[in-house]
Design a protein around this ligand. Structure first.
Ligand SMILES: *[C@@H]1O[C@H](CO)[C@@H](O)[C@H](O)[C@H]1NC(C)=O
Ligand SMILES: *[C@@H]1O[C@H](CO)[C@@H](O)[C@H](O)[C@H]1NC(C)=O
Length: 264
């Protein structure tokens, strides 16, 4: 027999009133990134790794990655703000950029390239016939991280995925500057942010898998992965979470040892 009071107690214990009066729900993970993470990746035959992260987590994933974006254009288009407007305290945001952040602002600014440098220096540029101020990659990431953590989010700044490290036939991976920048940005955001060296986790697994397997993960170019490749890249991120200090690791369903690769 289930008395009314038992039923009421059961209901009360599943929907806990948060201090702000809103109902507490399971945290949500938001993903902010480029085509290597986005739904449908970089077009036909490819997929972004964000598509597969849901299979390793016990909480919902909202993939807000958009092909072609950089830390700069994601900011200017208001996409970090849109995530900040959606999230509630306790949610997670994974931020991973770098593939579209390089290049030069001259002679033509493509709207994605960041100002060179690691700090608060700025560049003045012309984009869409307007004079714009362009920030550095770390400045965009730190601004975003502070915006999101001020709303109670836990932020994970992640290094970019490698281009095919078997491209020349000989394995070769060296982290580019966006790895260093991402790590430093996580530190600068503060204690609610952690860094996952996703690029290195992926590279290590790709090295083990060998040229034949990994070449097939890149059906179109050296940047965008096949669905199978994207699944491997997502698992490498889960490994990085389990090995690192983010609170998101407690929502990874898989045990650390069951996931391919080693902690770095
Ligand atoms: C920028 O200005 C040039 C020259 O006036 C014009 O041809 C072009 O359409 C403008 N581009 C944009 C994006 O407004
Ligand atoms: C974790 O396990 C699920 C099956 O429960 C699987 O779909 C997923 O790919 C696994 N993730 C990792 C990182 O091994």
């Amino acid at each position: 027999m289930c008395s009314l009071s038992t039923l009421v107690l059961a209901l009360v214990s599943t929907v806990v009133a948060a201090p702000n009066g809103l109902s507490k729900r399971a945290p949500t993970v938001y993903l902010a990134g480029d085509s290597t993470m986005a739904e449908n990746g970089g077009g036909s035959g490819t997929q972004g790794w964000g598509h597969y992260l849901q299979y390793s987590l016990s909480i919902p994933v909202m993939n807000k990655a958009v092909a072609g974006r950089s830390a700069r254009s994601y900011t200017v288009e208001g996409r970090f703000q849109a995530i900040a407007d959606l999230l509630v305290a306790g949610d997670f945001v994974v931020i991973e950029f770098g593939h579209n952040d390089g290049g030069s602002l001259t002679p033509t600014d493509n709207g994605r390239t960041d100002c060179p440098g690691t700090g608060s220096e700025t560049c003045t540029s012309t984009y869409d016939n307007e004079t714009v101020t362009v920030l550095t990659y770390p400045a965009y990431i730190i601004n975003a991280g502070k915006l999101l953590t001020a709303k109670g989010a836990n932020v994970i700044v992640s290094s970019p995925t490698p281009n095919n490290p078997w491209e020349t036939g000989t394995f070769s991976y060296a982290p580019n500057r966006f790895t260093t920048y991402s790590s430093a940005s996580a530190t600068a955001i503060g204690s609610a942010a952690t860094f996952v060296d996703h690029g290195q986790y992926v590279a290590n697994i790709f090295q083990t898998l060998g040229a034949t397997v990994v070449d097939a993960y890149f059906p179109k170019d050296h940047t965008h992965t096949s669905p199978t490749g994207a699944d491997t890249v997502a698992k490498a991120f889960a490994k990085g979470l389990k090995c690192g200090g983010s609170a998101l690791s407690s929502y990874v369903k898989n045990s650390t040892s069951s996931i391919q690769g080693s902690c770095i």
